[in-house]
Design a protein around this ligand. Sequence first.
Ligand SMILES: CC(=O)N[C@H](C=O)[C@@H](O)[C@H](O)[C@H](O)CO
Ligand SMILES: CC(=O)C(=O)O
Length: 304
Amino acid sequence: MALLEKFHGILPALYACYDDEGNISETRTKDLCDYLLGKGVQGVYVGGSSGECIYQNLDERKATLTYAAHQLKGKMTLIAHVGAPSTRDSIELAKHAAELGYDALSAIPPIYFKLPDRAVYKYWSDIIEATSLPFIIYNIPQTTGYTLSPALFAKLLENKKVIGVKNSSMPTMDIERFKRVGGEDVIVFNGPDEQFVSGRIMGADAGIGGTYASMPELFLQANEFVMAGKFAEATVIQSDINDIIIALCSQDGSMYAVIKEILRRRGVNIGGVRAPMQNISVEDAGRIDGIVQMIDQAIERHCK
Ligand SMILES: CC(=O)N[C@H](C=O)[C@@H](O)[C@H](O)[C@H](O)CO
Ligand SMILES: CC(=O)C(=O)O
């Protein structure tokens, strides 16, 4: 259990940081890392959905893993998402992350082709065998089309390097089931930010989320309340967070483009999003003023 302590808390997913030409930017990646360090989050999840991993080549993904590690190693917990379409590429990323001193690896299941459980099991196992790092399964059925069953989770846990699961399916019961299967010695991360508080109450030990970096103060405070058993207070923050997430997801640009614009206004310019995701429109720019205000007011209301 103590070994897993470093994975507890609020772990924002790191966004892809591009220069004005849309190439991975070392300085901008480091700026975002510094910003999150300053907010007091416990760790970061590098190269996942928020890292636009699926739109990047191996060299780009390796570069981001490198820049984040150089900036944050020893200062917070670092998880590398290494899932790629092929096992071969995933292993290459896993080895790179291990050399950089990441605390754990994580990967989505295989995408595009619908593969049977035995192939998914083999995929994850091959990545796990490639390094000595602990491994966190990433279950996100709404984007991958693959649903991790409690039975396969139990089988994966027979490998002691598997320390847990980041669960992004919407039912919080799934979190409860994974926790039931894994018990005390396994860590379950809440995935859907919209139900961070309920996920924590149903058994999630920590959270990894795509919107955390746009409002870390609110998730840190909600987590404090949950730890103190102040569930009513935590739930009020969750409601404000959900208003904000709905606004983030209701613009012409993708949620990540909207969040990046919010960060730019906070002084952290990490560029736009990579096509086919869409950047913000002229109309969005005006509406984002209102979202920034929502976030500021919620922080003012809940975080003393
Ligand atoms: C589908 C998806 O990307 N889920 C992320 C990871 O679990 C979440 O953190 C979302 O970004 C967040 O809940 C906003 O919808
Ligand atoms: C949460 C997560 O995995 C991501 O957005 O990268």
